[in-house]
Design a protein around this ligand. Structure first.
Ligand SMILES: NC(=O)c1ccc[n+]([C@@H]2O[C@H](COP(=O)([O-])OP(=O)(O)OC[C@H]3O[C@@H](n4cnc5c(N)ncnc54)[C@H](O)[C@@H]3O)[C@@H](O)[C@H]2O)c1
Length: 363
């Protein structure tokens, strides 16, 4: 089947599935024919920009199937029940049924939306993740979590619904804007800080090549980064324990994003500042040395990510953290780095301690 230079990693979860890396979009059809011969209909769910750049190559391999393409407008707002309902109407009109295979062809928004659609349509149809952003390739396409948002919160309606496979063609990143690359870089640095010291050193060594988006380096980084998530998902698919380590920087980051009403800050930027805040908290506890904190800050800055924010009220940010889904019995749960390459979950942080960490990242 696939040409040289591809890799396969198995996600060993409740229902295992393969993640194909460095595979051309054109070869997906051949894989489907060999693995899922009973597919009668394919529904591609994607966005205009992705279709413009990459759909032709994907469709080339699907000539033997009846294929329909549904385009969803871009934006987090489309991860909604309204969009889910419209997708259902459109799918029914197109004659979709239980023999339909859904292809989630896009970034994390499409992966979450189309994946949740697949989990619920006719009580569940098969789907394949085809991630086209760095964030989706290293993070959201792995782990089986799919969801839509609700007016009362992000990802409030969702499921653990593993795909048939993840099909990653790194060449799709060529059309991705730099600020979207940075969202994936931020999660990758998070993966390195909490789970892979060698990946951290690799990133430090290749900052320039990453800024220049050298394909070989980007690919190696992405493969190592997603491997961190694959490992944690295998140990804890339903996020009862270890998988929560992936939330490093997110309690602080989400608080910042909501306080700024998602204006002027991307998720990756929020995570970046959040990682630095968590690292400051860790340093104050003696879990991280000053030198290690400096290395984290330098790496984030080298990739153009923010490590502090302008004039924010730390008390308001602390208050925002009270809404974090990970909190337990009214106590804030914080993931903190333990050196570089490890992290721990802290359930005993005082508000004073968290405030001190916030003050370190507020100018
Ligand atoms: N399920 C999970 O485990 C998980 C984990 C992390 C994040 N997420 C979710 O992921 C979402 C964010 O994902 P994202 O950062 O990929 O954002 P996104 O899906 O909104 O994509 C970002 C932008 O890039 C465009 N785009 C995508 N691929 C492109 C390409 N190859 N070329 C040019 N443009 C392209 C999109 O149209 C969009 O405008 C959030 O909704 C978040 O909740 C889910």
């Amino acid at each position: 089947m696939v040409r040289a230079n591809w890799q396969k990693i198995e996600v060993e979860a409740g229902r295992s599935y393969p993640v194909f890396l460095g595979v051309p979009l054109e070869d997906l059809g051949e894989y489907l024919e060999s693995r899922a011969g009973d597919i009668e209909h394919i529904l591609v769910i994607t966005q205009r920009i992705i279709a413009e750049y990459h759909l032709e190559r994907l469709l080339k391999g699907l000539e033997h199937y009846r294929v329909d393409v549904l385009e969803v407008p871009a934006g987090e707002g489309e991860k909604s029940l309204e969009r889910l309902s419209r997708l259902t109407s459109e799918a029914i009109k197109l004659g979709a049924d239980r023999g339909t295979l859904v292809l989630a062809f896009g970034g994390g928004v499409i992966g979450d939306l189309a994946g949740f659609f697949a989990s619920a349509f006719m009580r569940g149809v098969r789907f394949v993740q085809i991630p086209t952003t760095l964030l989706a390739q290293v993070d959201s396409s792995i782990g089986g979590k799919v969801a839509v948002n609700h007016s009362l919160g992000k990802n409030l309606l969702g499921a653990f619904y593993p795909p048939l496979a993840v099909w990653t063609d790194f060449s799709t990143l060529e059309s991705l804007p730099w600020h979207e690359m940075q969202n994936g870089l931020s999660e990758t640095i998070k993966h390195a800080v909490m789970g892979d010291a060698e990946l951290f050193a690799f990133l430090e060594e290749h900052v320039e090549a990453l800024v220049q988006r050298k394909p070989d380096i980007v690919r190696e980084m992405a493969v190592r980064s997603l491997a961190v998530k694959v490992r944690l998902v295998a140990q804890d698919e339903k996020e009862q324990g270890l998988r929560a380590l992936l939330n490093l920087g997110h309690s602080f980051g989400h608080a910042l994003e909501t306080e700024m009403a998602y204006e002027g800050i991307s998720h990756g930027q929020g995570v970046s500042v959040g990682v630095v805040a968590a690292a400051n908290l860790a340093q104050a506890r003696g879990l991280l040395s000053g030198g290690q904190l400096e290395r984290i800050v330098r790496l984030l800055q080298g990739l153009g990510l923010p490590t502090c924010v302008q004039a924010k009220n730390p008390l308001k940010l602390l208050h925002r953290m009270e809404a974090d889904k990970k909190n337990r019995s009214g106590k804030k749960v914080i993931v903190a780095p333990k050196g570089i390459g490890q992290a721990i979950i802290l359930k005993d942080c005082s508000d004073e301690e968290i405030l001190r960490a916030w003050r370190k990242v507020i100018l």
